[in-house]
Design a protein around this ligand. Structure first.
Ligand code: ADP
Length: 433
């Protein structure tokens, strides 16, 4: 299997076998309480006896879950090194050395058997078996802690997460605004940053990114600085790097003026509609320069990621989202007419359709079994009309924005909102469903 088991044997300081590892808790940023929770584990190593005497149950293993790049490995390394530091103090007094077994991507060994082999009753994978034996067999818990990481806790063999095994699960989420700021600062420590770098601004345009992405932004910004023969990394270097991280490198392909305009209408429509809605009005930039891996342009809306991931988007927000996704189709109809429609909005219209379907299935009291397609269609039509209405009210804004976009290829937050102020007509609209 693909899992790596790294073991720090006793008699040696407990650390990862990777040569380059020198991670401490100060390298892990933006995780608040989670970090404290793991720091506590270092205490299990060194004060295991004390915990046991007081009847505190020491977990058999800790499962770090969460999307890639959020710092799961980093945390596990920090625990190992942390343990070794403290241990040095007690080395002479203690015979048994603490150790950490770290299993990266536990799902590679620990996938539920049925999921790989189709039927039950088959032999459990030998590696998994061995792992289970080891998890149960360690004497003196608290001196041997197993830490595993996965971004698919849902597919793990239930035997692994039984009490006494990986019975402590810690979810490591993506960082929020403040977390991102802290992570950027940690990675900026060893780089020649300009004095006035605005970390908050960079944090606010990197919504949704994991620590690994943020670390990468600093590296890319440094390369950018070198290329220009400068000696300090500026906020602008970071912005550019953030955009590359998010949308790929600039890919300057040929577009006719007509094509630039169509793309500009497409993106402007989404931005102009979005700015009317409370959860989507936080627009960071609008961009129509083609980038590797993205065909059209891009509107970056800074949604409240926490609210979103915790299921706190309101029903109205979902309808607003659908309306935004339908805006390009509505703009195409308004500015090019039904006869001259392109298919440029196909992807966003598809998103809208999916969202409308999902939305309908949330209302079981409406009897999801009948009429769900009609209901979805009704929602799509209502949202579409709403998008059209907003665009028609903002013709002047749309045209000014398209002009500027075609010229400059991208609008910053400031430029965008200046246009909205000059030409926009934003009125809070009553919900129409
Ligand atoms: P995971 O194991 O969750 O997939 P890693 O721990 O391997 O992610 O993260 C990869 C790299 O990203 C780290 O080595 C570090 O440079 C950076 N990173 C990720 N999360 C954080 C964080 N919370 N604080 C600081 N750096 C981070």
């Amino acid at each position: 299997s693909g899992a790596r088991v790294r073991r720090a044997h006793h008699k040696r300081p407990p650390q990862f076998l990777d040569r380059d590892v020198d991670v401490t808790f100060s390298d892990v940023a933006g995780l608040g309480k989670i970090r404290l929770e793991l720091e506590e584990i270092v205490k299990f190593f060194t004060h295991g006896e004390m915990y046991r005497r007081r009847g505190v149950k020491i977990p058999g293993g800790i499962l770090l879950c969460g999307p890639p790049g959020v710092g799961k490995t980093l945390l596990a390394k920090a625990v190992a090194v942390g343990a070794s530091r403290v241990r040095a103090l007690y080395q002479e007094a203690k015979e048994m050395a603490p150790s950490v077994v770290f299993i990266d991507e536990l799902d590679a060994v620990g996938r539920e058997r049925g999921l790989i082999k189709g039927s039950g009753g088959q032999e459990r994978d030998a590696t998994l078996n061995q792992l289970l034996v080891c998890l149960d067999g360690f004497e003196g818990r608290g001196e041997v802690i197993t830490i595993a990481s996965t971004n698919r806790p849902d597919i793990l063999d239930p035997a692994l997460v039984r009490p006494g095994r990986f019975d402590r699960k810690i979810y490591i989420p993506k960082p929020g605004l403040i977390g991102r700021e802290e992570i950027l600062k940690v990675h900026a420590r060893k780089k020649p940053m300009a004095e006035d770098v605005d970390y908050v601004a960079v944090a606010s345009v990197t919504n949704g990114m994991a620590g690994a992405d943020l670390a990468n932004i600093i590296e890319v910004a440094a390369i950018n600085m070198m290329r220009d023969g400068r000696t300090e990394i500026s906020t602008d270097d970071l912005f550019q790097a953030a955009q590359i991280e998010e949308s790929g490198l600039l890919d300057l392909k040929y577009r006719s003026l007509e094509m630039w305009k169509r793309v500009a209408f497409n993106e402007a429509a989404m931005a102009v509609v979005a700015v009317n809605f409370p959860d989507f009005r936080n627009i960071e930039f609008v961009n129509i320069a083609p980038r590797a891996g993205r065909n059209l342009g891009y509107v970056r809306v800074n949604i409240d990621y926490v609210k979103y991931s915790e299921g706190m988007l309101s029903r109205q927000s979902v309808l607003d989202h659908i309306t935004v996704q339908l805006a390009p189709r509505a703009a195409d109809e308004i500015w090019n007419g039904e006869d001259q429609l392109s298919t440029i909005w196909a992807e966003t219209a598809h998103n809208a359709r999916l969202a409308a379907r999902v939305f309908c299935s949330w209302w079981p009291f409406r009897e999801a079994l009948w009429g769900i397609d009609e209901e979805a269609l009704r929602i799509l039509h209502t949202c579409y009309d709403r998008a059209k209405e907003i665009l028609l009210k903002n013709r002047e804004l749309m045209e000014a924005m398209v002009k500027e976009l075609v010229e400059k290829k991208s609008l910053t937050k400031l430029e965008f909102f200046r246009l909205v102020e000059l030409h926009g007509s934003l009125e809070p609209m009553p919900p129409s469903i």
